[in-house]
Design a protein around this ligand. Structure first.
Ligand code: CU
Length: 483
């Protein structure tokens, strides 16, 4: 076997670390369970003092803005790195690591020119550091374990202090044992408002962090060693239907600040109903001439993008990753392909051994969440949630922008959008089909509910020429020999 990182680790653990691990793990778990905070995804914006006129506060859906206080002209923050019991969506809770009782950490919000002092207390059982990703600062404040500072040992509190020389959407994350600590949730957003804004102010300013996880069905601990097969995809640590909707009133200028600190994946975040302009990266503002319109923004891991648009079209508009395995959740990634297979004979045979057995997936995966079948304890169905019209066959990295003429005064979700008459897609009335000369395939006019469309009964265009038969096996062998 060729040695690589994985089999090296597996082999090492099996050969040398087994006895060590068996002693360490129960002790570590017991110690960790005594210090855990719990995060359930409630949104808690920090309201700055009433005399604070620096900016309109950002909203972190399912998240929190880190409180601060002014001490002799310095804005003082306190981050606490600690174990967190985190709910990804109702039904899935896992033991993660985060900051201040949250996964991910609270959003740090400040203004260009602020002097900030950020205390970091380590309540983990492991050393850690915090790196201020994209922030222009002195090298000794950069937070890279071993390079720019000593690691913060369990129980220690470090002090970071610098002046914010820029504005924009930036991030923070652990920079010690990065693979473990970031993949367990130790990441967060930084929003620095401009001192002298040139762009029009946003009426709604949202901040969203993208991430990915591997959580085995039924497991309580995300697996930070995963390299490729992630199965839970999140916005602000939540997986749909756990994601909170983004709200806007018709006419609002909406700003979406998106960061991606997924371990391995880039994301293609697509918004329905609008085009937007990308106004900033974590490197700064994009000049007006460079802000071309988009409906999907590519989010490389380790980057932020800021989008702006005017919400002039009322409705429920979904926003999701367009990499389609990222709108699935657990159980969606190792399924056998049964599409188009008649499994009835198989079902009958297996039911003799397993009463009630039913093969799934013959028509695709859309029904997987809708069938009302029980999922294993502490796991999510592989797709979405009930919607207004039907079951929603997307989950994971998925949320909904709800644009309304009026919104509830308390900021609560307005419910589903009711499309005005004449603006709702529905079954075509027979008289419309007749009027417009739409002829249906014959099989659909019979009592056959599930016709099999083949080339010969396709109803659009001429019948294509017959496909030549495949080469006989002997002929293939002969041709291979010729080469
Ligand atoms: Cu994605």
């Amino acid at each position: 076997m060729k040695p690589n990182r994985r089999n090296f680790l597996t082999g090492a653990a099996a050969a040398a670390g087994g006895a060590f691990l068996s002693r360490l793990v129960p002790t570590a778990q017991a110690a960790e369970s005594g210090m855990k905070a719990t995060s359930t995804g409630a949104t808690m914006p920090f309201v700055p003092p009433s005399d604070w006129k620096g900016y309109k506060p950002v909203i972190t859906p399912n998240g929190l803005t880190l409180p601060w206080k002014m001490v002799d002209g310095v804005k003082v923050f306190h981050l606490v790195a600690e174990p967190v019991t985190h709910e990804f969506s109702p039904g899935l809770v896992a033991e993660c690591w985060g900051y201040n009782g949250r996964v991910h950490g609270p959003t740090i919000e400040a203004v260009e020119g602020d002097r900030v002092r950020i205390y970091v207390t380590n309540r983990l059982l492991a050393p850690t550091t915090v790196h201020w990703h994209g922030v222009l600062l002195p090298s000794g404040m950069d937070g890279v374990g071993g390079v720019s500072q000593k690691a913060i040992q369990p129980g220690e509190t470090f002090k970071y202090e610098f002046t914010l020389r820029q504005h924009g959407t930036l991030m923070y994350h652990s920079h010690h044992d990065e693979m473990t600590q970031m993949q367990l949730g130790m990441i967060g957003l930084i929003v620095i408002h401009p001192k002298n804004p040139t762009n029009p102010p946003a009426d709604r300013d949202y901040a969203i962090m993208l991430s990915e996880w591997k959580i085995e069905v039924g497991a309580r601990r995300p697996d930070p060693n995963e390299m490729t097969d992630f199965n839970v995809f999140t916005m602000n640590g939540r997986s749909f239907p756990g994601t909170q909707a983004l709200l806007a009133k018709v006419g609002d200028r909406v700003r979406l600040r998106i960061g991606n600190l997924s371990t391995m994946s880039h994301h293609a975040i697509h918004l329905h109903g609008y085009y937007f302009k990308v106004t900033e990266t974590d490197g700064g503002e994009i000049p007006l001439a460079g802000q071309w319109p988009e409906t999907t923004v590519f989010m490389p891991t380790g980057s932020t993008r800021t989008l702006e648009f005017v919400a002039n079209e009322p409705g429920d508009w979904v926003m999701h990753c367009h990499m389609l395995h990222h709108v699935m959740t657990q159980m969606g990634h190792t399924f056998g392909n049964l599409i188009g297979i008649n499994t009835e004979g198989l079902n009958q045979k297996i039911r003799k051994l397993v009463p009630g057995y039913m093969a799934m997936g013959q028509d695709g995966m859309g029904d997987m969440g809708d069938m009302g079948m029980a999922v294993p304890p502490n796991s999510l169905p592989m797709v979405g949630a009930p919607g207004q019209h039907d079951y929603i066959t997307m989950g994971g990295m998925f949320t909904i922008l709800k644009v309304r003429d009026e919104l509830p005064a308390d900021g609560s979700d307005p419910g589903w959008y009711k499309a005005p008459p004449g603006t709702q897609a529905e079954v075509a009335p027979a008289e419309d089909l007749r009027r417009d000369g739409i002829e249906l395939p014959k099989s659909l006019t019979k009592a056959d509910p599930a016709p099999s469309l083949t080339q010969t009964d396709a109803w659009c265009g001429p019948v294509p020429p017959a496909i030549p038969p495949l080469l006989a096996k002997s002929e293939v062998t002969a041709r291979i020999k010729l080469h």
